[in-house]
Design a protein around this ligand. Structure first.
Ligand code: ZN
Ligand code: ZN
Length: 425
């Protein structure tokens, strides 16, 4: 891999030139982007309410030469699009900027860094297109509502935002991995309600139908099912309404079942089994059951050709951070879900995981400790390194003849295996 860059037939020399140009350009963005990062981190906003962040990012992008910016795009107040058009027909590369924070614990998922990476990477890619006269388009999508199964990217996808887009790139901070080969889990949420019949629990219980019993039977059935699930399967259950009072046969009970699996097809199979457990509760007690299925996220399928490109740039920059990117082709499994997964089913995608220096308690994402970690200058500098490698990946697609065809052929192969319920590795 390395040698391709150092000694080549001239074509690779250009690629090497891109690296040092990207490196310098992104380093020069440091002082401009730091206040923007700080502003986003210090103004955490919940899913689909990222108003300040939307305004800060769109006004920043409007100040950049050559970019056309649309705020409140595709029917979502806080979605936005910024486009740099080289003016010459070519490939279309895109970056997603997440913006939302978590209830009570602010930017504990580090989406401020995700936004900064995508802005920096897109600006660097556009600058390379300008300097080296590359054809094509560069797009940043401001993607709202990733947390809590909001599915902002799914809405953008369904609204046609990604039509004619060739690749989609994003990153996510954490404390364990540096990897462009991230597999996340597929995810679904079932909101379950049982309707029984109230009766006095002491003097005439036989007149009632116990909705809580139905829910407990479902809960216990799932507990039994867990012995025979696959290693990647996760089923979580919470009881959100456990009945009115202990001296009443409960007329109503409700719970939430969250299901994760390594692929969408596996998720479907697991969901059927969990559905049978839920029905068992109703069957045994005579309660009526109602299930609301919340569309979850698909698993993320990384494109290994794009990932190889990312790795080359990451490893060519000085001071490679620990941990190292795993050997080529090796997946990094993350037990979390993202709507970038849905995009990866629609086009080639990279969702690069990067580690930032952890806080005192070494808290992972969604902990107060990570909220602090994602606001530091060191985390910001690490994000800029990610931006350089993602920009390199995009520049490769714009500049290397035949690469996009290879990328898409890989994507088609992966999708074919996945649709047949197979395992891509
Ligand atoms: Zn999160
Ligand atoms: Zn996140």
């Amino acid at each position: 891999m390395e040698s391709e860059y150092v000694e080549g037939d001239g074509h690779e020399h250009v690629a090497h030139g891109y690296l040092s140009d990207i490196d310098k350009f992104v380093d020069n963005l440091h002082d401009t982007l730091w206040p923007l990062n700080k502003f986003i981190h210090e103004n955490p906003e919940l899913a689909f309410k990222e108003y300040k962040t939307h305004d800060a990012l769109t006004s920043f992008m409007r100040s950049q030469k050559g970019w056309t910016v649309t705020g409140s795009a595709y029917g979502m107040e806080t979605a936005w699009v910024a486009v740099y058009d080289s003016g010459r027909k070519g490939h279309v590369v895109s970056f997603n900027a997440e913006m939302d924070a978590l209830p009570d614990i602010g930017h504990a998922c580090g989406h401020n860094l995700i936004a900064i990476v995508s802005v920096a990477a897109a600006l660097a890619t556009a600058e390379m297109a300008r300097q080296h006269n590359l054809p094509g388009k560069i797009i940043i999508f401001g993607t709202p509502g990733e947390e809590g199964a909001g599915g902002g990217k799914v809405r953008l996808l369904e609204a046609g935002a990604y039509e004619n887009v060739d690749i989609t790139l994003i990153s996510h901070p954490g404390i364990y991995n540096n990897s462009p080969m991230v597999r996340t889990t597929a995810f679904a949420r079932l909101e379950v309600e049982y309707f029984g019949h109230a009766a006095h629990a002491a003097n005439s219980p036989w007149l009632g139908i116990n909705a809580l019993d139905a829910l407990i039977i479902a809960y216990n059935s799932v507990s039994v099912l867990r012995q025979q699930t696959m290693p990647g399967d996760v089923i979580g259950v919470s009881i959100t309404n456990g009945g009115a009072a202990p001296n009443i046969i409960h007329a109503y009970a409700s719970g939430v079942f969250v299901i994760r699996a390594t692929s969408s097809s596996r998720l479907q199979a697991l969901q059927e089994k969990v559905g049978a457990c839920i029905c068992a509760g109703a069957e045994a007690t005579g309660a009526r059951v109602q299930v609301k299925t919340i569309q979850g996220y698909a698993d993320h399928v990384p494109n290994r050709i794009l990932a190889a490109s990312y790795t080359k740039y990451w490893n060519s920059l000085p001071d490679i951070p620990e941990p190292r990117i795993p050997p080529e082709g090796q997946f990094t499994w993350v037990k979390a879900s993202t709507d970038q997964g849905n995009l990866s089913y629609a086009m080639p995608s990279v969702n690069a995981s990067f580690s930032i220096p952890p806080g005192e308690l070494k808290g992972p994402p969604h902990s107060p400790d990570f909220e602090k970690a994602s606001g530091t200058g060191e985390a910001f500098v690490r994000a800029l390194r990610v931006a350089k490698a993602l920009a390199g990946t995009a520049v490769d697609v714009l500049s290397r003849p035949g690469l996009i065809e290879e990328v898409k052929a890989q994507w088609r192969r992966d999708m074919e295996i996945i649709r047949e319920g197979g395992n891509i590795g």
